[in-house]
Design a protein around this ligand. Sequence first.
Ligand code: HXC
Ligand code: NAP
Length: 267
Amino acid sequence: MSNTDTPFKDNLMAGKVCFLSGATSGINRQIAVRFAKQGATIYVVSRSLDKVNDTVAELEALGIKAAGKNVDVRSYPDVEEAINDCLEKFGQIDMVLAGQAGNFPAGAAQMSANAFKSVIDIDLLGTFNVCRAAVEHLNRTDGNIIAITAPQATRPWLYQSHVCAAKAGVNMLIKCLALEWGPSGIRVNAISPGPIADTEGMKRLAGTAEMLEQTTNSLALRELGTKDDIADAALWLCSPAARYVTGTIIEVEGGTSLGDASGALKL
Ligand code: HXC
Ligand code: NAP
């Protein structure tokens, strides 16, 4: 089984303006590209201006409107400024992706309080800031928010206490927002990617060929995911096919949260 470029009908996102945080590399950038190929207008934010400019150039080359700003999502005023800039440029916001994250392996007894706080602030506070700043302006009949979480949210993980705590917070946050904002026509969900090939996350957590093999063998589906797997799920959540879906965590994990499948024999 593998992804085609898109299994969805063309121009599913035509007329939609999407505000995507942390979408200048890896999984989230692939989501931005996928949305652009479906006709969306895209606004991206991350800390590095070079990465923002490079992403905007790639998106514009696809023939759609795109813009962005270098913003650290830990600063609420800066996020608000980017939202206003997006509104000034494109006039509306229909969809928000809160995708940024910070990760490094470190034992709880070894990391500083500031190291722990950094990840909580990027992942959890950053997700709140993006959702909070956008919500007043979000489309009130077809508004759609997607956060990117991780399997660490539901399973204790060695040397990931900061990430586990932050992503568990993201999972609960999106459920609370879904409950509060559903009556205003806004759906709020999260996607939990499993180990995704060729990403910064996997480089940090499984940086050697041996670790990658071990990870792959532990998965029920016995292969790493692709960035397209996550882009497909994001596009589905934006589509009318998901119109009755809110407050959920969509696991696109190859079975990560099921547990270790390395001992399972093939039939
Ligand atoms: C211990 C560390 C550390 C490490 C940083 N710190 N790296 N502690 N081990 N490897 C500490 C620092 O010493 C400092 O504490 C505090 O963390 C903040 O560090 P800064 O460098 O000042 O922070 P900042 O510039 O804000 O950078 C944030 C970051 C960085 C998280 C530390 O790595 C980053 O920018 N990451 C973004 C990209 C990323 O992580 N992508 C992967 C996402 S994948 P002191 O006490 O010294 O001040 C993912 C899930 C993967 O999330 C799941 C796979 C299954
Ligand atoms: P990545 O390439 O490192 O992407 C992280 C993005 O967030 C970058 O665009 C980065 O750009 C931005 N960012 C980081 N800190 C920020 C901040 N404070 N403010 C604004 N932007 C910030 O990582 P990835 O591996 O593709 O992961 C993407 C998402 O998927 C994350 O939420 C991660 O937790 C989740 N995930 C990944 C995997 C995996 O296998 N990779 C598995 C499960 C979940 P700047 O550096 O320019 O800020």
